[in-house]
Ligand binder design. Structure first.
Ligand code: CMP
Length: 139
């Protein structure tokens, strides 16, 4: 089934000029980048986006990290895009990520893990809507 997922290339990736390298992995996996923009996430954006983690001990650090430098937000489209992107991202903790995955290749730590991808269809819908009006998604 063709579906869409939401992706963020995080500050640790943009700071190291890895946008193109990560996009190459995404496209090679057969996912299509149907929307993309580079933004500086506001504190309000980050707090809303990661609201589900509000009570976690790393929440403050997560918001600081995500607002520390530009990010690239994206919508990816393809067959089983949500699961496929999670597969090519690799485990949240790069120490546990499989060879060849984006996090194994590029992530610095669990907090600076280069990319985010939606975990389910409902989350993908909410996450995409936070950053992209329908008119900015061109499939
Ligand atoms: P992400 O997929 O963007 O979703 C939530 C993020 O929280 C996660 O990637 C990590 O970057 C971050 N995170 C998860 N666990 C920890 C942790 N123990 N310490 C710091 N950051 C974490």
């Amino acid at each position: 089934m063709t579906e869409r997922t939401f992706s963020i290339l995080k500050p640790d990736a943009t700071e190291r000029n890895l946008t193109g390298a990560i996009n190459a992995v995404i496209e090679k996996a057969g996912l299509r980048i149907v929307a993309q923009k580079r933004i500086k996430m506001s504190r309000t954006d980050a707090e809303q986006f990661y609201g589900v983690h509000k009570e976690r001990p790393f929440f403050g650090e997560l918001v600081e990290t995500m607002t520390s430098a530009p990010v690239v937000v994206q919508v990816l489209e393809g067959e089983g895009a949500i699961a496929k992107y999670r597969e090519i991202m690799g485990a949240t903790n790069p120490a546990q990520a499989a060879d060849g995955t984006i996090r194994k290749l590029y992530a610095k730590s669990i907090g600076e893990n280069s990319v985010h991808g939606s975990d389910a269809p409902e989350t993908a819908k909410v996450e995409i809507a936070q950053f992209f009006p329908d008119a900015e998604i061109v499939g």
